[in-house]
Design a protein around this ligand. Structure first.
Ligand SMILES: Nc1ncnc2c1ncn2[C@@H]1O[C@H](COP(=O)(O)OP(=O)(O)OP(=O)(O)O)[C@@H](O)[C@H]1O
Ligand SMILES: [Mg+2]
Length: 239
């Protein structure tokens, strides 16, 4: 059997559950209610790749790039360290009006064609080599388009990302979409991970992942200011 190449997430316990990480070029959906740690996971995954010398594209639809960077800095992750290896696609600033600062700003997530072109430009800018693309959040994309257009668009993005040797990681708010939308998004992705919070306990579960033998049980984790997401206790590999 061929060995599956995997991309480390930077989250030790999570990688162990996946026998080393997310399969190369897979597109994965991260689903959870607000405040469960989706953005932190995305940031940690992207930062880990950049540190390894990979390229990155951050499609931010819920906050401006400056705020994303500031939030990441609280964890010690400085996205300004990577120069042209990282491009932010600013899908937020259009809301505020005025001239956007970035050449990769879009005029709103409803224009999927423009977003597609901007993504192609961003890929050109970062150049050849392995990439990690993160999108925060798919929920906003759906809000400004409609579920079926968003799903079709993401299917294209996922195919493009595979063709350019990239992993795609996307966040989705739980509790605001119909089950049918989540099922369809699950179908067009290679993996689905869930996050949840009960009082002070945070947990994640890998629901689905191509090319990987894994359990679906819930693993407790913490979010720490200096380390980001960290699984609690010993995490067993496989089932
Ligand atoms: N510097 C920090 N140190 C420790 N915990 C933090 C820090 N920053 C944020 N957190 C915790 O992380 C949680 C927020 O995580 P995050 O923003 O990743 O969630 P999210 O799922 O993306 O939320 P949303 O759906 O609102 O976008 C908060 O509940 C907060 O307790
Ligand atoms: Mg978030």
């Amino acid at each position: 059997m061929p060995v599956v190449e995997r991309e480390t997430t930077g989250i030790e316990g999570f990688d162990r559950k996946l026998s080393g990480g997310i399969p190369r070029n897979a597109s994965v959906l991260l689903v959870g209610p607000p405040g469960t740690g989706k953005t932190t996971f995305l940031n940690q995954f992207l930062y880990t790749g950049l540190q390894k010398g990979e390229k990155g594209i951050y499609i931010t639809l819920d906050s401006p790039p400056e705020e994303v960077k500031e939030t990441a800095l609280y964890f010690g992750w400085d996205f300004d360290d990577f120069g042209d290896d990282l491009v932010f696609i600013d899908g937020y600033s259009w809301r505020e009006g005025g001239e956007p600062e970035s050449e990769f700003a879009i005029e709103g997530p409803s224009d999927l064609n423009q977003m597609n072109i901007t993504l192609a430009d961003a890929m050109k800018k970062v150049g050849q080599g392995r990439k990690r693309i993160v999108m925060d959040s798919v929920s906003t994309l759906i809000l400004y388009t409609d579920p079926s257009s968003a799903v079709k668009f993401l299917q294209v993005v996922s195919a493009k990302s595979k063709a350019s040797d990239s992993n795609l990681l996307m966040s989705l708010e739980e509790g605001v979409h119909e089950q049918k939308t989540i099922s369809t998004l699950n179908y067009v992705s290679d993996g689905l991970m869930k996050m949840r919070r009960e009082e002070e306990r945070r947990m994640f579960s890998i629901q689905r992942m191509i090319k990987t033998e894994h359990s679906r049980d819930w693993t407790e984790f913490e979010i720490e200011g200096d380390a980001g997401i960290k699984a609690k206790g010993e995490v067993e590999a496989k089932i």
